[in-house]
Design a protein around this ligand. Structure first.
Ligand code: GLU
Length: 482
């Protein structure tokens, strides 16, 4: 019988979804889809102090935005629910009782002060800090005395000496020695299950076949394997992928810049660009293609393409991918995506003809690396944002420019309304009457009409502006030259 693939993404809702976690979710999703398995979303919210509803909502929203859909989860339910750990506490309680009965777990009453001084003492002797097992051997009476005093214990898992090995799908065989390991806490004094414990109980209860997660959990895996052993369960298959690093080769964090999926969305990256970028970080598709749709990623995904070396974040690469996707985006979708950016910049979109707005957005498509960059070009198309850039003003200070501007103005004024926006007739006359060609002529024309030295093709801008606006702007430009 082949094992049915069931994987899970298990975020702790203590903040925004980090792009590194989104990448973990993506790998899980791709593997599930490739293997016709199930992708589960489980919310690990046992750190009640730091977990928030807002964060759960934001994580769900970001995953949906990326197009990473789960088959089972807190909102859609499923046969293995509930999918929030705080709703599964009775399951953990039962497991602890079983482990106590088996003599694998004990109550520990050591105070934080004792643990701290123990730690300091060990460090001063050059030893690795480790719990000394003081409460391992408490008598029943000692336990009930302490409980009668009102002391709340933590539950510790007994770590016996020995080796722990497992086969990782990315790293190969991994082996650990438990000698240096403390008896670790599985239930905290507030009664909440600690991560390593809740994770194992849930992965088992949810029939998870493969645990795909970041390298930062490699040190947790031996502890989790010990819990599997103690419960008499067989562990799932593990795959630990390297984390994304910043340019200084330390794990990507806020000090390197934006790390949250939502920050990239706000900046104006498309979900397909971000997904494509994330999948290429440390994974090479067998055919070597760089542009990959989600369907294509699913088809080609396998662990063999995943590198053991940590990838470095490259904003340049992400921008390159985003420019690519923007250049291929459908006109209506681009319009809808850009509308909030126009409004944010103070353009009252509802006061404009939607056809005009759509044409403007379409025309800007090739100039944008991110959607938010639309702000750099708004002055060209919206009078309320129009101004002459410093570079444009500098251009007008050249004496030849004034002459060119005057001639240009005259030609445009004399042209019938319709012809003024048609570059073939206009450019032809301009070249003939100014005796100029190429850059000197067109750079001045661009500066005079758009206020900028850069932007989309002039020939495409002019018909959108119309004669009246061109004349008005050229007159303003001439005022600046006098
Ligand atoms: N809640 C853990 C985290 O967010 C999950 C780790 C795991 O996948 O086991 O890192």
């Amino acid at each position: 019988m082949t094992l049915k693939v069931r994987v899970r993404f298990a975020p702790a809702p203590t903040g925004l979804l980090h792009i590194g976690n989104a990448r973990t979710a993506l790998f899980n999703y791709l593997f599930a889809k490739k293997e016709k398995g199930t992708f589960v979303l489980r919310i690990e919210d046992t750190d009640v102090e730091r977990s928030t509803e807002a964060s759960i909502e934001a994580i769900l929203h970001d995953l949906k935005w990326l197009g990473i859909a789960w088959d089972e989860g807190p909102d859609v339910g499923g046969p293995y629910g509930p999918y929030r750990q705080t709703q599964r506490l009775s399951l953990y309680r039962r497991a602890v009782e079983e482990l106590i009965e088996k003599g694998k777990v004990y109550k520990c009453f050591c105070s934080p002060e004792r643990l701290e001084s123990l730690r300091k003492e060990q460090l001063s002797k050059g030893m690795m800090p480790k719990y000394d097992g003081k409460c391992r051997f408490l008598e029943k009476e000692e336990i009930s005395d302490r409980e009668a005093e009102g002391l709340r214990p933590v539950f510790r898992f007994k770590v016996d000496r020995g080796g722990i090995a497992f086969q990782d799908l990315i790293h190969g065989r991994m082996s650990f020695d438990s000698t240096g390991m403390s008896d670790f806490i599985i239930i905290r004094s507030d009664g909440m299950a600690a991560y390593n414990f809740a994770c194992v109980i849930d992965d088992h209860a949810m029939d998870i076949s493969h645990v795909i997660r970041g390298d930062d959990h490699l040190s947790n895996t031996p502890r989790q394997i010990l819990i599997y052993r103690a419960m008499g369960w067989s562990p799932p298959t593990f795959a630990h992928h390297p984390l994304i690093l910043g340019p200084d080769r330390t794990p990507l964090s806020k000090r390197h810049g934006a790390t949250a999926v939502s920050q990239y969305r706000e900046e104006g990256f498309l979900p397909e660009s971000l997904l494509n970028y994330l999948v290429l970080l440390g994974w090479s598709p067998p055919e070597g293609d760089e542009i990959l749709s989600l369907e294509k990623m699913i088809q080609s995904f396998s662990f063999t393409g995943l590198s053991r070396n940590a990838p470095t974040h490259s904003l340049k690469k992400l921008e390159w991918l985003n420019s690519h996707y923007l250049r291929h985006i459908d006109k209506d979708r681009l319009f809808h995506l850009l509308l909030p950016y126009l409004e944010k910049e103070g353009i009252p979109a509802q006061q404009y003809d939607p056809t005009y707005l759509k044409e403007v957005c379409h025309l800007l498509r090739d100039n944008l690396t991110t959607l938010s960059q639309v702000r750099d070009y708004l002055g060209i198309f919206f009078d309320e944002k129009f101004y002459f850039e410093e570079e444009a003003q500098k251009r007008f200070s050249e004496p030849a420019s004034r002459e060119t501007l005057q001639k240009v103005l005259k030609i445009i004024e004399d042209l019938p309304e319709k012809a003024a926006g048609v570059h073939t007739s206009l450019f032809h006359q301009l070249e003939e009457k100014t005796g100029q060609k190429g850059k000197p002529l067109y750079a001045t024309l661009r500066a005079g009409i758009t206020g900028k030295m850069k932007g989309p093709e002039l020939a495409k801008i002019l018909p959108l502006l119309g004669k009246e606006r061109m004349v008005k702007r050229l007159k303003k430009a001439l005022e600046l030259t006098s």
